[in-house]
Design a protein around this ligand. Structure first.
Ligand SMILES: [Zn+2]
Length: 389
């Protein structure tokens, strides 16, 4: 173990990444929402504060297994997961929300060229096609699984199987939506994309925010877990000047818009208190997750038990409970009526009377949904995760 223990930080190259041993006991989940075994490794860099996996041979072998049968949004038959308003229960596709905010910010002009790196099945490009109709669109992906689907989107002129460097020309926007958390060397990767931007062009990055959403730490194929200060540091190290760094474009996520710096910027100097502060904060979140696993195991034994949600948090808990769940509850109409790992997906109104329902969401979001649903579902017992404190 000594060799892999000494792997340097993949964000800044510093020699020492401090492990958090408690993490290994937690089950995990894949980014396409499938339960995964315990036994992972999580640490914090002493220099840059980056929370990360150890990308050793064992981790790479696991990732290969994850990607071998990767399915985007298997719970809804391929439809993008909506971002629900906790207050109303109304969903809006995440990509539509991001492009709307981009338009509102005034950063996207009437016409231009946009390249979406790691475009998946084209969710962002589809939103751009509707909301930025004058734009010429391009996408890249590592395989041709969704090539035809993406090429059929109005405005898409290039769908490249390969990397951004293989796409001809320069762009006004290069977007990375839920890509950077999978990339082995994020700062170098961002630096390489500068060549694809026109003068005055912008990079946009969307990543999960583990500080608001600790369930992100459980995702086996996320090599980096971002906080705002670490994302800012990576952007500066990659040669960019951040223009927007927001937590409110999409709930539980970080949005960065940055322009290339004229000269090579100096890497930001982390404050002396950064490492102990981030480590303490991370330990609190890992303990919180372990507490939830324990609490749901006890709750699930006392009669009919359901999990609210069919995404990351719910699928992680489904694994922690060894599948001993009677049903899932979801408000997403594309998921209700289906089954998920053999269990029915019910609307809140369909859940059997007297059931206990665990809200597999960050606490504040779960509270809001509970308050809204309780009057309509008085025969259900909703359970909310404890506050992080
Ligand atoms: Zn580091």
């Amino acid at each position: 173990m000594a060799d892999s223990d000494s792997l340097p930080c993949h964000l800044c190259g510093h020699a020492h990444v401090e492990p958090l041993p408690e993490y290994a006991a937690l089950r995990r989940v894949t980014s396409d929402c499938k339960p995964w075994a315990a036994g992972g490794w999580l640490g914090v860099c002493r220099a840059c504060g980056g929370v990360q996996k150890r990308m050793d041979a064992a981790w790479r072998a696991e990732i290969e297994r994850v990607y071998r049968d990767y399915t985007i949004y298997h719970q809804s038959g391929g439809t993008e997961q909506p971002v629900f308003s906790a207050a109303t229960g109304q969903g809006k596709a995440r990509s539509k929300r991001i492009v709307e905010r981009l338009v509102q910010s005034g950063l996207a002009r009437e016409r231009g060229r946009l390249l979406d790196v790691g475009c998946g099945n084209g969710a962002l490009l589809r939103a751009c096609s509707r909301l930025l109709p004058g734009w010429s669109l391009a996408g890249t992906e590592i395989n041709d699984k969704y090539k035809e689907e993406v090429e059929a989107i109005s405005g898409v002129n290039v769908m490249q199987v390969g990397g951004a460097a293989d796409v001809p020309g320069e762009f006004d926007f290069v977007t990375l939506i839920h890509v950077l958390e999978h990339v082995p060397s994020p700062a170098e990767f961002l630096a390489s994309l500068k060549a694809k931007l026109v003068c005055g062009g912008n990079l946009m990055v969307e990543v999960p925010h583990y500080v608001d959403n600790p369930f992100d730490l459980l995702i086996v194929d996320h090599s980096t877990h971002f906080s705002a200060e670490v994302l800012r540091g990576i952007a500066v190290r990659g040669g960019y000047i951040p223009r927007v760094l927001a937590t409110d474009w999409v709930a539980k996520e970080l949005t960065l818009v940055a322009e290339p710096a004229a000269a090579k910027a100096l890497a930001p100097v982390a404050g002396e208190d950064l490492f102990p502060r981030i480590r303490a904060d991370l330990r609190k979140r890992v303990d919180w997750l372990a507490g939830i696993a324990q609490e749901t195991r006890e709750l699930a034994q006392g009669g009919r038990f359901g999990l609210f949600g069919t995404s990351i948090a719910a699928m992680w808990l489904f694994g922690e409970l060894d599948g001993r769940v009677d049903f899932f509850v979801d408000e997403d109409p594309t998921r209700v009526g289906r089954t998920c790992f053999g269990k029915p997906v019910l609307s809140p109104q369909q859940a059997p009377a007297g059931s206990r329902v665990w809200m597999a969401l960050p606490t504040a979001l779960a509270e809001q949904i509970k308050v809204r649903l309780e009057p309509q579902c008085s025969n259900l017992e909703f359970h909310v995760p404890p506050a992080l404190g």
